[in-house]
Design a protein around this ligand. Structure first.
Ligand SMILES: C[S@@+](CC[C@H](N)C(=O)[O-])C[C@H]1O[C@@H](n2cnc3c(N)ncnc32)[C@H](O)[C@@H]1O
Length: 211
């Protein structure tokens, strides 16, 4: 747990995502244990997209498309590529995109990131990493090579439910902890970027590429 439980309840209450429908979908996904971004992270993602109005976004880890549709709803003319190896979830993601009229702004890619990424030789303005933690070092290598100047790399789950900064509280230990601890050290002093870790959701890394 990153935040004090009462503070989290208070912020969740203030942060109800959107009165016109996404909150209902979000609550459904949380209740049914879909691995969706935190409510505060979703709001932050949409704010970053609103400010930057990127031409191209890449998301690694679609699941049923909540974070992608959150970004797409505030994207004026750009395109989001989102990839996931779970073919069985793609229809549900597409239904969610249609429900919020954003299907034209999102391209779904099916396949394993470690393979598919290297077939996408394009540059992006925002890259959002939210998939298997063991793959994070590789996805970061890719992101560094494929982010435009002034582009933003975002990475979710960097605190991994608290296990990264308080590993002794977890028995059995969480397998991804050593990878994420190393990752966070690297990410925090990433050459050519201004980066930091934010206490949002499960820990969100943000790195902005400098010229
Ligand atoms: C935390 S969920 C993504 C949640 C989504 N970003 C959201 O907030 O709505 C992580 C997703 O990454 C996918 N995933 C895990 N490992 C992957 C890999 N190696 N390649 C592609 N997708 C992967 C999983 O299938 C899962 O749907």
């Amino acid at each position: 747990m990153i935040l004090n439980e009462k503070l989290k309840v208070y912020l969740d209450y203030l942060l109800k995502l959107d009165p016109d429908g996404t909150e209902e979908l979000y609550s459904y996904l949380v209740e049914n244990k879909f691995p969706v971004v935190g409510r505060d992270t979703a709001k932050f993602l949409s704010q970053i997209v609103m400010i930057k109005q990127p031409d191209k976004i890449l998301e690694i880890g679609t699941n049923v498309g909540f974070s992608a549709l959150t970004m797409a709803r505030v994207l004026r003319k750009g395109m989001i590529y989102t990839l996931d190896y779970r073919e069985d979830l793609q229809n549900q993601a597409l239904e969610n995109f249609k429900k919020f009229n954003v299907e034209d702004k999102i391209k779904l890619i099916n396949g394993r990131a470690e393979k598919m990424l290297f077939r996408i030789d394009e540059k992006f303005d925002i890259i959002f990493i939210d998939a298997d933690k063991r793959g994070y070092p590789l996805y970061l290598d890719y992101a560094i090579e494929h982010i435009n100047s002034d582009g933003i790399i975002l990475v979710d789950n960097l605190f991994w439910k608290g296990s990264v900064y308080s590993p002794e509280s977890f028995d059995p230990p969480k397998a991804a902890v050593p990878t994420l601890q190393e990752f966070n050290k690297r990410f925090s002093k990433l050459n050519g970027f201004k980066s930091q870790l934010l206490a949002l959701g499960d820990g969100l890394g943000i790195a902005v590429k400098m010229d």
